[in-house]
Design a protein around this ligand. Structure first.
Ligand code: IMP
Length: 434
């Protein structure tokens, strides 16, 4: 022990990558438990930016990094990330679950076709084939990394899957595509060879690490509101993004998790479709988007931004049982006055402070705001990060205190810039063994 889960409390893009990297310094291993190349985790070290879609963020510290069974693996992206890391002088100590499913090119094509078919109910996916890959997994058509290592198994499973997809593409979507089964098979086999040394029983290795007292970080991708069960259905992703996903997505029991760390941005952002009650479609929104560089790491799409909405975060604290909060991008709000925080929704004549399960009700929710004094624009955040919490502008402290009072969970880390050193630690989330 201990096992620490890092989970997004909003719609993803809360800067979990930076926080995972920051905490990974004192950990032994980092394991991804959900999602695939739809995720985009950015880490900035000494002015250099690293973007990961699949490889866990702890890799830059030279830690053991694992891809759990709950992740869907895109071969092209994984190979590309490994090559990039090697070029940069890193030797990733990577382990991939033999039970993780593989994303094929036809999944990406199917993703786009499904979105077209859904019309208004489309989620605005990243087109990375995530939904189709998880659907095949649930329907028991999927191909796991272990299958890539056995030519005969791969051939028979792939032929069956391609037979099915061929019919769906032609007859359901009316697409005139003809799969080259041999080419797809060869590519999959090649990928299997390239990763064969990394494929292992990740559940067994992580349980062993925990038995030995190692510190394991379970790195979540996306955010709670994108969770397949607890998110804003059907506008989310296809995996369990919540902390519980760490157990199923790695193969550890719930008692293995000692701490759940919720990461929240100081405002709201969302990429993709679906209601966002506090969305700002004005100059303030534009200012936040530009200052916060709110463009999708995976797709480059401009993110929708809005005032901080505490209702989803409160909901997130419940479904994840969050022990500690990390607030990121506080610096982005500098110079905006006043600041607004949504504390409840007015839904027709009813006041609520949770996320309704029914999308039509959620669409009708209007934010009820509290106003707070903003702080000045010209703040030297690096200096503040060096000096610590007390050096923050008084108004920023009040903003944080209001959040803490409302959520009743301690804020343990504040991030005031993309760099590792632009981070203020208020209380340690776990004790380093060094
Ligand atoms: P998918 O995961 O590509 O199927 O996309 C489903 C929904 O989740 C879309 O609205 C995406 O924009 C959103 N989404 C998926 N991954 C991320 C992420 O890493 N950050 C933020 N939004 C995401």
């Amino acid at each position: 022990m201990p096992g620490i889960v890092i989970v997004g409390t909003q719609w993803g893009d809360e800067a979990k990558g930076k926080i995972t990297d920051f905490l990974a310094k004192d950990a032994d291993c980092v394991v991804r438990y959900n999602g695939g190349a739809n995720a985009g985790h950015t880490v900035v070290v000494d002015g250099k930016t690293y973007k990961f879609h699949l490889i866990p963020s702890g890799v830059l510290h030279g830690k053991k990094v694992y891809i759990g069974n709950g992740v869907v693996v895109d071969p092209d992206v994984l190979i590309d990330e490994l090559e990039t890391l090697r070029r940069e002088g890193f030797q990733p100590d990577l382990h991939i679950s033999d039970r993780a499913h593989v994303v094929f090119d036809f999944h990406k094509l199917e993703d786009g076709l499904q979105e077209r078919f859904k019309g208004n109910l489309r989620a605005g996916t990243t087109r990375r084939g995530i939904g189709p890959a998880y659907s095949d997994k649930a329907a028991r058509f999927g191909i796991r990394t272990a299958d890539l290592l056995d030519e005969e198994v791969l051939r028979s499973k792939l032929n069956m899957l391609l037979g099915l997809k061929q019919k769906i593409f032609n007859k359901v979507y009316g697409e005139d595509v003809r799969f080259n089964n041999k080419k797809i098979f060869e590519k999959a086999l090649q990928f299997g060879k390239a990763i064969s040394n990394y494929v292992c029983d990740v559940s067994s290795e992580i349980n062993e690490a925990l038995d030995e007292g190692k510190i394991v970080i379970f790195e979540g991708a996306q955010g709670t509101l994108l969770d397949i069960d607890h998110g804003i259905y059907p506008y989310g992703t296809s995996s369990n993004t919540i902390a519980g996903g760490a157990c199923t997505g790695v193969g550890v029991g719930p008692k293995r998790i000692d701490k759940v760390v919720g990461v929240m941005k100081a405002y709201t952002s969302r990429v993709g479709t679906g209601p966002v009650p506090t969305e700002l479609k004005n100059d303030i929104g534009e200012r936040i988007r530009e200052k916060g560089k709110e463009y999708g790491t995976t797709t480059g799409r401009p993110r929708r931004v809005g005032w901080l909405d505490l209702v989803p975060v409160k909901y997130s604290i419940r479904v994840n049982d969050i022990d500690n909060l990390v607030i990121t991008k506080l610096d982005v709000l500098s110079g905006i006055n006043p600041l607004k925080i949504c504390v409840k929704y007015k839904c027709e004549d009813i006041i609520i402070d949770t996320i309704p399960s029914d999308i039509r009700t959620f669409e009708k929710c209007e934010p009820i705001y509290e106003e707070l004094e903003g702080w000045r624009d010209n703040v030297d955040w690096r200096k503040i990060a060096r000096k610590g919490y007390e050096a923050l502008p008084e108004e920023a402290k009040e903003y944080l205190q209001r959040i803490e009072n409302y959520l009743k969970v301690p804020i343990s880390i504040i991030s005031v810039g993309p760099e590792r050193r632009e981070t203020i630690v208020l209380n340690r989330i776990f004790e380093s063994k060094k």
